[in-house]
Each structure stands twice: as structure tokens, then as C-alpha cells.
Design a binder for this molecule. Structure first.
Ligand SMILES: Nc1ncnc2c1ncn2[C@@H]1O[C@H](COP(=O)(O)OP(=O)(O)O)[C@@H](O)[C@H]1O
Ligand SMILES: [Mg+2]
Length: 352
């Protein structure tokens, strides 16, 4: 499948009416999810992730804006494309007393998927060994994987998981991550939302970070982390003398416990060289990445501190360290050949 866009939204907006007035949930959201790979849809609680997903699936209607799945405008053309989409928005109802396999067979029959898919999806989610056990004996992680297995019955190209790791222990989170990776490696697109970035960071190829219904940053994980302060942790005898030597060479150094932290993407070779020149021997040299988590906190903190109404954040756009660019994050698709089937695909969303 050529590089393309699995999910696209433009100027998507949704407000809810409640007793307290209108609640703005999603404000002018432009989302680009490339096909293939895991896309992390990240934002704090209440930032509009579930609302966006429910709009994409045709469960609620947007106030304005446009959406498409694989180039099909939704909700208008949802019937044409929904067969390619599997989603877990709420926990599916499964029978506790039945085995995992039996539950899947019932579901396959209900949705008209071939029973031969059941063993395949058990395998895809790593549940084959426990397929004959009662659902009620499953760990939360296994239950969640069975839910994923259920969405795989119809072989969807796009999987949408809304906070699939909620309530799972670290082992369960790891299982889900591994499952998502595997699905992406099979060529599917996985859109996964989370309010805990660390749960998705390791598995995501691309991310969109939202706050109060707006896109704050998007791109590959590397892009979003960008050139943010990286550092190298240095373990060395005589840290004070070492700090002075590095400082004299123009590096930014600060103590970090018994170690030194050299900031600003320094070359490790240069550090070892400078210290060796002083007869100081390095026993540890660890690159410290500016984690996506700190970027996430930085982006969303500025945003959460703004006006409570969600409609007009007081922070100027310039306050975001990396204002998002309108361009899609993934490798650009080659112009031309893949467009034949859906000529309207590129007509929306403006220049890219
Ligand atoms: N059915 C609803 N009625 C009124 N407000 C809602 C409803 N669903 C969500 N909201 C509000 O919309 C905002 C976004 O919610 P949601 O999409 O659930 O965020 P997330 O999934 O990122 O936690 C929140 O402020 C939430 O309180
Ligand atoms: Mg939610």
C-alpha cells in the first residue's frame, strides 16, 4: 500500500451543550494519520480525544469541519469505508463463562466474519495458548487483547483504540504495546489515544498532541522531540575538575548527583577527549534524551493554564515551543499513481 493518509480531519469542531452552557470539546482540529504504523493521539484527560474518535466513527456529529478515512469523506461515505476500520471505544461485552475462542466464534458469526479468522486473530494477539480458558480467568491485559482480537476479525486496515492501556499494569501495557507494534508491522494503521504519553511513546511512529481540543504538535516522535535539550550524563572521577575542564571548553555543564550533565547535544567523543587531556577518565557516558513526556508536559501545561472555556486559549501560539506545521508528518506520498482510485483525496486540506 502506498504511503497515504488513513485519517484526516480539517478544522474539526465539536461543542456539547450542557447545563453549564456550551462546552467546547474540539476546536479546529487538523489531524493527519499516515497509513501504516502506530499513531499516538495524545492529550490530557478532557482534551477531546474520545470526542474526535467518536466523530470519526460516526457516533456523534461534528459542528463543522471535515473528516476522511482512507480518503472517503465521513460521515457521508462511512458505509463504504467502515468495513476497513476496527475500533475499541468502549469495552465490548464478552461472556465471562465462555472461553476466549468461543467468544470470538460468536462474534465472528454475529458480524459475518469467517470462523477461520478466529485462530488467526488469537495468534495475532498472542492469545493462542490461553484461547480455551474462560474469559473470566483472563488478566486485564489479556481481556484487552481479546477485545483487540475481536476488532481484527474483519481484517481492518485501520484500528482505532481509545486509551487501551487504561487500568492495566505495566505487564499488561507492555502486552498491548507489543500487539500494536505487531499489527503495524503487518501493514495496518493503528490510531491509539492516551493521556499517558510514556505508554505510547515507545511504540508510536508518529504522534499528534492535543490540548483542549486543539492540535499542539504533530509529526514523528523524533520531530516532536525535535532539537530539544539533549544531554550526556558523565561519570568521572573528580567531577569538579572535570566540570571546570568542560566548562573551559565552552560546554554547558551542571552537577547531577555524583555525575555531570553536559547539556545541548554535546558529542560524546569530544567530552572523552577533553577529559582525557586532563588525565580524567570517564567511566560512564549516557545520552539523555529529552523525553517526549517532558515535551508533552511542556506543551500541555502552557495550554491547560489558559482560559477554562476551551474556546480561546489565552496563551499566544508563540508560547508553544513547536507550533505544529500544517504538513503531514509522514514521508510524503509520491504524487500521482496512487491517486487514481480516490480523486477527491487531495482536494481537501489545502497545500501540502
Ligand atoms: N457527552 C458530553 N456532554 C458534555 N460534555 C462532554 C461530553 N463528552 C465529553 N464532554 C466534554 O468534552 C471535553 C472533551 O472530552 P473527551 O473527548 O472525553 O476528552 P478525552 O477523551 O481527551 O479525555 C471535556 O471537557 C468533556 O468534559
Ligand atoms: Mg477519552
Amino acid at each position: 500500500m502506498p504511503a497515504d493518509v488513513a485519517v484526516e480531519t480539517r478544522a474539526l469542531r465539536k461543542t456539547y451543550s450542557s447545563l453549564k452552557g456550551r462546552q467546547v470539546a474540539v476546536v479546529g482540529l487538523d489531524l493527519d494519520v499516515p497509513t501504516g504504523g502506530v499513531h499516538g493521539f495524545l492529550g490530557p484527560n478532557g482534551s477531546g480525544k474520545t470526542t474526535t474518535i467518536r466523530m470519526l466513527l460516526g457516533l456523534i456529529r461534528p459542528d463543522s469541519g471535515s473528516m476522511s478515512l482512507f480518503g472517503h469523506e465521513v460521515p457521508k461515505r462511512l458505509p463504504e469505508v467502515i468495513g476497513r476500520v476496527g475500533a475499541i471505544v468502549e469495552s465490548p461485552k464478552l461472556f465471562p463463562a465462555f472461553s476466549g475462542r468461543r467468544n470470538l466464534v460468536l462474534l465472528a458469526d454475529a458480524i459475518g466474519a469467517p470462523r477461520s479468522r478466529v485462530d488467526e486473530v488469537l495468534d495475532e494477539t498472542g492469545l493462542t495458548d490461553r484461547a480455551g480458558d474462560r474469559y473470566s480467568s483472563y488478566s486485564l491485559g489479556m481481556k484487552q487483547r481479546l477485545a483487540i482480537a475481536a476488532t481484527l476479525l474483519k481484517s481492518p486496515d485501520l484500528l482505532i483504540f481509545d486509551e487501551p492501556t487504561n487500568g492495566l499494569d505495566p505487564a499488561g501495557i507492555h502486552e498491548i504495546r507489543r500487539t500494536m507494534r505487531r499489527l503495524a508491522d503487518e501493514g495496518r494503521t493503528v490510531l491509539v489515544s492516551s493521556h499517558i504519553l510514556a505508554e505510547v511513546e515507545q511504540v508510536a511512529d508518529t504522534v499528534s498532541i492535543i490540548g483542549r481540543g486543539r492540535l499542539l504538535a504533530s509529526g514523528t516522535v523524533a520531530d516532536v522531540i525535535g532539537d530539544r535539550t539533549a544531554a550526556v550524563r558523565v561519570g568521572v572521577a573528580e567531577p569538579e575538575r572535570a566540570a571546570a575542564a568542560l566548562h573551559a571548553a565552552g560546554l554547558q555543564v551542571r552537577p547531577d548527583g555524583a555525575h555531570l550533565l553536559v547539556e545541548g547535544e554535546p558529542a560524546a567523543a569530544r567530552i572523552t577527549y577533553l577529559l582525557a587531556q586532563q588525565g580524567l577518565w570517564v567511566h560512564e557516558l549516557t545520552p539523555v534524551r529529552a523525553g517526549l513526556e517532558s515535551v508533552f508536559l511542556e506543551l500541555t501545561r502552557a495550554d491547560t493554564l489558559g482560559a477554562p472555556d476551551g474556546a480561546s486559549p489565552s496563551a499566544p501560539d508563540g508560547a508553544s515551543p513547536q507550533p505544529h506545521a500544517p504538513a503531514p508528518p509522514a514521508a510524503p506520498s509520491p504524487p500521482g499513481p496512487d491517486d487514481g482510485t480516490t480523486p477527491s483525496r487531495r482536494t481537501r486540506g489545502g497545500a501540502r
